[in-house]
Design a protein around this ligand. Structure first.
Ligand code: AMP
Ligand code: MG
Length: 281
C-alpha cells in the first residue's frame, strides 16, 4: 500500500478526523508480523541519512504533532533512534520561555531548523501557535489565518534553501488516549510522564480536533505535506512514518559528491609509498 498517497492531506481539502480510522493497520495484522518491515525501513533510513550527510546540499525537517499520549516521543525513539547523531537533531517545543514569547512565533523554530546535510525532528512545533493558542484564546481569533500565511511563507523559505519538510499528525481516539493515561498511572516507569495538562486538556478534545482540522486543511501542500497517521497501534504508526520518510528521501535522489582529490593520482601515491615505513626515516 502506498502510505504517502493514502495518508496525504490533499491541499485545501476539508479534513474530517472523525472519518479517519485511528486503528487502521492496512494489510498488517500484528506488531510481530510488521516487525521485519519496520526494521527494514529503519535500516534504509539510516543509509539514506548517510547519503544526505555526504551530499551536504539539502536537509530534512520532520514535524510531529499530536494530542497528548499519541506517541510523539515513541516515534522519535523507534523511528529515528537509528540515525547517526552526527547529522540529526530532535527538538521538543514546550510552553514558550519569556525570551521566546518576546519574539515572533517562528523565531524559536527557525533557530533549530536542520543544517545542510542533516535531519531535524520537531516534537511539537510552530504549529502549537495555531493550536493550543487558538483553543485557549491566547491570541485574537483573526490572528490564526494570518499565522497560516506566515507558516506557508516560512516553509517556502526553508524549501528554497533545500529543506524537505514532512509533517505528521498522529491520530488516536479519545478512548485510546484515556487507556494510555491509565497505563501511565499504573506503571511506575511511566508515572513521570503524567502532567496536569494531560487531564486539563481532555475537555478541549473537540476544540483541538477542530483546530487541527483547520491547520491541516490550510497548511498541507505538495511540497510541504501533512500526513494523518493512524496511531492507535504504535507499531503501525512507526511503520507508516518510517515508510513515508524513507520513500521521500529515496525520491530526493541523494548523490554522493565528487571526490575532492584525483583518485587515480592518490592511488598511485599510495602504491609508490607501499612498503616504505611511515614517518620520517
Ligand atoms: P509535552 O510535549 O507533553 O512536554 O508538553 C509541552 C506543552 O507545551 C504542551 O502542553 C503544549 O501545548 C505546550 N506548548 C508548546 N508550544 C506552545 C506554545 N507556542 N504556546 C503555548 N503552549 C505551548
Ligand atoms: Mg505531555
Amino acid at each position: 500500500m502506498n502510505y504517502r498517497k493514502k495518508f496525504f492531506v490533499e491541499p485545501g481539502s476539508k479534513v474530517r478526523l472523525n472519518d479517519v480510522d485511528p486503528s487502521f493497520t492496512g494489510k498488517h495484522e500484528s506488531a510481530d508480523e510488521a516487525r521485519e518491515a519496520i526494521a527494514k525501513d529503519c535500516d534504509r533510513l539510516a543509509h539514506l541519512q548517510y547519503r544526505l550527510y555526504a551530499e551536504n546540499r539539502r536537509s530534512l525537517l520532520v514535524v510531529l504533532q499530536a494530542p497528548d499520549a499519541a506517541g510523539k516521543d515513541g516515534t522519535v525513539r523507534h523511528v529515528f533512534g537509528s540515525l547517526n547523531p552526527q547529522g540529526a537533531t530532535a527538538h521538543a517545543f514546550k510552553v514558550p520561555t519569556a525570551e521566546e514569547a518576546a519574539h515572533d512565533f517562528l523565531w524559536r523554530a527557525h533557530k533549530v531548523t536542520p543544517a545542510r546535510g542533516s535531519i531535524a525532528i520537531f516534537n511539537r512545533s510552530y504549529y502549537e501557535d495555531v493550536l493550543v493558542t487558538r483553543v485557549h484564546d491566547l491570541v485574537p481569533k483573526d490572528a490564526i489565518p494570518k499565522r497560516f500565511d506566515r507558516i506557508a511563507e516560512f516553509e517556502k523559505n526553508l524549501q528554497q534553501a533545500g529543506t524537505q519538510i514532512l509533517k505528521f499528525y498522529l491520530h488516536i481516539s479519545a478512548d485510546e488516549q484515556l487507556r494510555r493515561f491509565q497505563q501511565r498511572l499504573e506503571d511506575p516507569n511511566r508515572q513521570w510522564k503524567i502532567s496536569e495538562s494531560d487531564y486539563s486538556e481532555r475537555p478541549y478534545w473537540n476544540d483541538y480536533r477542530k483546530a487541527y482540522e483547520d491547520a491541516l486543511e490550510h497548511t498541507s501542500t505538495e511540497r510541504s505535506p501533512w500526513y494523518v497517521i493512524p496511531a492507535n497501534h504504535k507499531w503501525f504508526r512507526n511503520l507508516a512514518v518510517a515508510r513515508i520518510v524513507t520513500e521521500t528521501l529515496d525520491e530526493m535522489d541523494l548523490q554522493f559528491p565528487a571526490p575532492t582529490v584525483d583518485i587515480e593520482e592518490m592511488r598511485a601515491k599510495f602504491h609508490a609509498a607501499e612498503g616504505e615505513p611511515a614517518g620520517k626515516a
